[in-house]
Every structure is written in C-alpha cells, then in structure tokens.
Design a protein around this ligand. Structure first.
Ligand SMILES: NC(=O)c1ccc[n+]([C@@H]2O[C@H](COP(=O)([O-])OP(=O)(O)OC[C@H]3O[C@@H](n4cnc5c(N)ncnc54)[C@H](OP(=O)(O)O)[C@@H]3O)[C@@H](O)[C@H]2O)c1
Length: 302
C-alpha cells in the first residue's frame, strides 16, 4: 500500500510517500481502507521529534492518530461491525496516513458527514467528550471554553450545548461568527478575560475547559472559583495547581456520542483544507502553522 512515512524526526519535508506492507488486523481491532486521515497537533509534534522522550516512535513511522474509511477486515474478538461499514476512529499513536489503517476504537459515520469530516472528528471528539465528562452534569450550567473555535474546543462546545449548557467560548475575532453559528457566546481570549466573561455571565461561570493550552489555567480557576471546576486537555502544568488534565483514550463510546450528535445535526466537524496523500508535507506545514480554521485532513483513496 502507499503511505506517508518518515525515517527521521524533523520538519515536514522528512515525510515521503512510500510503498509499504499493509498492517495486520489485531484480534481487538479492525482494518479499514482509509478514505481520510486528519493532521492533529500531536502528529506534527511527534514528527518534529519534540516528544521523543515522552512518546518515542519506532522509525520509520506513518503519521496520523485518527482516520475514516470502509471496514475491510474485522479482528476475531470484534463484534458489532462488519466489512463494508463506513467508520471513523482512532488508531495507535501514529499509523493512519496510509491506504489501509488499523483502528482500535471506532463508530459508524453519521449520514451528515463526509469521510474528511469524519476523519477530523476522531481524536478531537474523543478528547472533547472525555474533557466534558470530567466536569459533571452540564444541564443549566455555564461553561467557559478557552480555545472554543479549535477542533477539540468546537466539538466540546457542540456537545456541551446538547447537554443543556450555556457555553461562552474564547476565540480570535475571525472565528466569532463561526462560534455564534454553533450556539456559542464568543469573546476574545487574553488579558481582561475575567471582566469580559463577568459581563456575559453575571450569574457566574460554573465550570471551564481549557482546549488551547495557552497558559490560562490560573485565570480559569479564578473565574470559576476553584481548580476542581476546571479541566484542561492541553496544559501539562495542570497538576501543579490542582487542575485535572484529561487525555484521549482509544474508546468507542466517546466516538458514538459524537456520531449520534452528528446524525442529529448538532455537531459538524470543521475542515480547514483537504490535501491528497501526495501532499502530506503541505498538509503538515499548514496544520502546524497558526490560524488554521478547522482541521487539516489528508484524503487518501476514493
Ligand atoms: N490530551 C489529549 O489527549 C489531546 C488530544 C487532542 C488535542 N490535544 C491538545 O488540545 C489542543 C487543541 O487541539 P486542537 O486539535 O483543537 O487544535 P486546534 O484546532 O489548532 O485549536 C487550537 C485553538 O487554540 C486557540 N488559541 C490560540 N491561541 C490562543 C490563546 N492565546 N488563548 C486561547 N486560545 C488560543 C485557537 O483559536 P483561534 O483559532 O480562534 O485563534 C485554536 O482554535 C492542542 O494543544 C492539542 O495538542 C490534547
């Protein structure tokens, strides 16, 4: 099969398109004919080598943590999914930017999403659901999301609104119309956040989710009134101030939550741009730059 691969850590140009063996399906996984894979922040960080002490990769490595496609083989221990189903989900730490990939957590693609949108939902929606679950019952609560226009942030916003929360979200001005379109009260991030939020939620903010990792945790703790009211998915300093750090896990249940919302028309993953496999380098360059509005995806096969 054709795959994007790098033999050494470095800038995006370490990626080459190569002919490699297709992966074997494990007992607890499925093999899909990949239609699209997304480029998440972790993919560019791993490729750069910046995380090699924490998360060393076996090189050569195929980038990509999530994907969408058609089930082509089912592991012997797997039930509830069959060859020919259209699914999205999570692979290993890497490995999905290839004509075939293995998923160990998945859900059916809702009829409202393209393969590219489904690929963009994998890691982002899993992380968003896990982050929100850690904040308890959201019905009639006011939730502040820092980085609400990002992939994780906007997934979290849509899911929280469906759970009955009022959501205030921070974003660059260029994303305020997008946030409004999904039901979020938008405000800029950065200095003066507490004052702006007090104006938008005079009754106070119950809980907050940091989906940006931009150093706002002390401010979010002040705004909500305590570290136990705050969760981050992106700031590893969290434990030093008593804030929860939640990470993605390969579990299908979170993806099914996102898919059900998609089917109901309540969550549509946002795509910045789609590149063909041959342009995976360009996809990584765009994804690691600032200001992308939505997920960068690699479309792999028709
Ligand atoms: N723990 C895990 O397992 C896990 C899983 C997935 C992602 N993550 C992490 O979660 C973060 C978000 O991922 P993503 O895929 O959603 O990335 P993304 O789509 O690039 O979103 C990041 C968002 O951060 C916002 N932002 C930039 N500067 C900011 C600032 N100073 N204050 C507040 N917000 C700011 C941006 O908003 P504007 O575009 O409006 O400027 C952007 O929408 C990343 O750090 C990623 O590594 C962690």
């Amino acid at each position: 099969m054709r795959a994007a691969r790098y033999h050494q850590y470095g800038e995006p140009d370490v990626i080459h398109i190569e002919e490699v063996s297709a992966p074997q399906v494990p007992a607890h996984g499925i093999r899909i004919k990949t239609r699209a894979a997304s480029v998440n922040p972790v993919d560019t960080i791993l490729r750069s080598g910046r995380a090699q002490e924490l998360l060393p990769l076996e090189l050569p490595a195929i980038p990509g943590r999530d994907a969408a496609g058609i089930v082509e083989e089912v592991g012997v221990d797997v039930t509830g999914v069959k060859v020919g189903d259209a699914v999205f989900g999570l692979g290993g730490v890497s490995d999905t930017t290839a004509e075939y990939s293995v998923l160990t957590a998945w859900a059916r693609i809702p009829s409202t999403w393209s393969f590219e949108q489904a690929a963009a939902a994998g890691l982002a929606s899993n992380t968003a659901v896990r982050g929100l679950d850690s904040l308890g019952d959201l019905k009639e609560k006011t939730l502040l999301i820092d980085g609400a226009a990002g992939s994780v942030g906007s997934a979290a916003a849509s899911i929280a609104i469906s759970r009955g929360a009022k959501v205030i979200g921070t974003a660059n001005q260029r994303n305020h119309a997008f946030l409004k379109s999904i039901g979020v009260i938008a405000t800029p991030y950065g200095p003066g956040l507490a004052e702006r939020v007090a104006g938008l939620a005079p009754q106070g903010v119950d809980v907050a989710l940091d989906a940006a990792g931009a150093g706002s945790l002390p401010e979010l703790v002040r705004i909500t009134g305590g570290p136990e009211r705050v969760t981050t998915v992106a700031d590893h300093t969290a434990p030093t101030i008593g804030v929860r750090l939640v990470n993605a896990e390969n579990e299908s249940g979170t993806l099914e939550v996102a898919a059900a919302l998609g089917e109901a028309g309540l969550y549509l993953p946002r795509i910045a741009r789609s590149f063909p496999l041959d342009q995976t380098i360009e996809a990584h360059i765009l994804a690691q730059g600032a200001g992308t509005q939505g997920k960068v995806v690699v479309a792999i096969s028709a």
